[in-house]
Design a protein around this ligand. Structure first.
Ligand SMILES: Nc1ncnc2c1ncn2[C@@H]1O[C@H](COP(=O)(O)OP(=O)(O)OP(=O)(O)O)[C@@H](O)[C@H]1O
Ligand SMILES: [Mg+2]
Length: 159
């Protein structure tokens, strides 16, 4: 299947917030989102927007520092993982990573390239590039039909 892309430029943080809100609405239960981008790109910020749109208190959503996996209970269980803090893929598997993937969970992984081998082949890939000031470019790529629909709907919404 041809990969489907959607590119979104956020000029301000509020645009990132809107993208997170749209994703919260469009991602079906059991979705996996792999996040990429440099330090300070906005991966955690996007997770914050997504999770709060799912009914989680914003202050609950922080970088996973002391625990490797954060669980938030919103309108569905959300698992927020920062692979940057994992030693390697084996540590990720030892955490029971596989058990997170599945309906109705929403799994969001920062620095996902570090655990690429452990991820389901069907997922949404989001790469964030830092622009001038608060500008950020989000490249959203679908892997699999379910996510192709998400990308199509994002395209319609932000056209
Ligand atoms: N358009 C924007 N979208 C997202 N964040 C923005 C934007 N403009 C400014 N910011 C700021 O950029 C920072 C992004 O930090 P964040 O913790 O989300 O980065 P990160 O990608 O998770 O980095 P790390 O790899 O260290 O976890 C925040 O301080 C946020 O306020
Ligand atoms: Mg982060």
């Amino acid at each position: 299947m041809t990969p489907t892309h959607f590119t979104f430029t956020a000029r301000y943080e509020t645009d990132t917030e809107r993208l997170g809100q749209a994703l919260a609405r469009l991602l079906p239960p059991g979705s996996v989102v792999a996040l990429h981008g440099a330090l300070g790109a906005g991966k955690t910020r996007l997770v914050q927007a997504l999770a709060t749109a799912c009914g989680v208190e914003r202050r609950e959503v922080v970088s996973p520092t002391f625990v490797l996996v954060h669980e938030y209970l919103g309108d569905r269980p959300i698992y927020h993982i920062d692979a940057c803090r994992l030693r390697d893929e084996d540590e990720f598997l030892a955490l029971g990573a596989d058990e997170y993937f599945g309906v109705p969970n929403l799994v969001l992984i920062e620095w996902a390239e570090r655990v690429a081998r452990c991820l389901p082949s069907e997922r949404l890939e989001i790469t964030i590039e830092i622009g001038d000031g608060d500008a950020r470019q989000f490249k959203v790529e679908a892997r699999g039909q379910k996510y192709a629909e998400v990308v199509e709907n994002l395209r319609k919404e932000f056209a």
